[in-house]
Design a protein around this ligand. Structure first.
Ligand code: ZN
Length: 313
């Protein structure tokens, strides 16, 4: 018996997209002035909802009316390593592709660093980037807008999901969404990272399509009518912005949650016990503390983030 979550949709065959401007990277120019807009999937190889979006856009031959559209698959080798018996393993080959972006000047010793060097010129060219992710555990979708005002503003323009998370990323290394001009408050470049829900839920594909359609329409390089009519979903009544204040990592990997958390719960009282890390209680540091992407009870490596804590702003 496997404890792995069910896979609710078919994974796309992607080898047909190998030949492009670079392997698994496709550039479509309108020939007219306008921004360069990039939509990328499989930054983590088992986060497949975004790959459905990029595969479908390539299949439909979506062409920009102005500017340039870049469609890409990031950690394609990890995707191709997928084994349904160990589905979480195909997140990466050697290391996390979304932590290497601050050290690309160093020798490329891992599969992910080599792939990042292939992707880098396209990421550098992009004025707007949407990086499509999903979550290990079931949870409500959220947009990681980065630490800057411009990211939160773009997330509001996209208009979904409800939760916009302002966060500075990970001590373990820079994410693609924070690379170069995306992380510079003075640059007009902007990026968003969507977490669509659990990796293999059909609902995550719905979220990935909705966000991609809205993002592309907001960029102005396509008309809303150029996108599949059933992608855009109803807008939530109101979005909210959560500023991440703490990232709680497990010291030794021995963390047990006090109960099952769905994600984005607001915990009213400071001092509420969220769980125990190696026997030590982990508590909320202030009233009305939002739990951002809490892990469920799964085997964890030492140093892995188990929950981020945030304030509503
Ligand atoms: Zn991811």
């Amino acid at each position: 018996m496997s404890d792995n979550p069910p896979i609710e949709y078919a994974f796309p065959e992607l080898r047909k997209w190998e030949k492009g401007a670079a392997p698994y990277i496709h550039v479509r120019e309108s020939g007219k002035p306008g921004p360069t807009v990039m939509v990328t999937a499989l930054t983590h190889g088992n986060e497949v909802s975004g790959a459905i979006v990029v595969d479908t856009l390539l299949e439909r031959g979506l062409a920009p009316r102005t500017g340039t559209l870049i469609l890409s698959f990031g950690n394609i080798d990890a995707y191709h390593s997928f084994d349904p018996r160990t589905p979480f393993k195909s997140r990466m080959v050697d290391e996390d592709f979304n932590r290497v972006w601050g050290r690309l000047d160093q020798p490329a010793t891992t599969s992910e660093m080599k792939r990042a060097l292939v992707l880098r010129p396209f990421v550098e060219r992009a004025d707007l980037l949407l990086d499509l992710h999903s979550m290990h555990d079931d949870g409500v979708p959220l947009m990681l807008s980065g630490p800057l005002d411009k990211g939160a503003e773009l997330a509001k323009q996209v208009g979904t999901p409800v939760d916009i998370i302002r966060d500075a990323g990970h001590a373990a290394g820079m994410r693609m969404r924070d690379y170069g001009g995306f992380g510079d408050p003075k640059s007009p470049k902007n990026s968003l990272l969507i977490e669509t829900g659990q990796h293999w839920r059909a609902s995550s594909v719905v979220v990935a399509k909705d966000v991609a359609a809205r993002f592309l329409a907001a960029s102005g390089i396509v008309e809303p009518g150029d996108l599949p009519a059933d992608w855009k979903q109803k807008s939530p009544p109101q979005q909210r912005v959560v500023e991440v204040t703490h990232a709680i990592a497990t010291k030794t990997g021995n963390f047990t949650a006090a109960r099952k958390f769905e994600g984005q719960e607001v915990i009213a009282k400071a001092g509420t016990v969220l769980g125990h890390d190696d026997g030590e209680p982990v508590t909320t540091p202030y009233d009305n503390c939002v739990l951002v992407m809490p892990s469920s009870t799964r085997p964890l490596r030492a140093g892995v983030t188990i929950v981020r804590l945030g304030r509503l702003v």
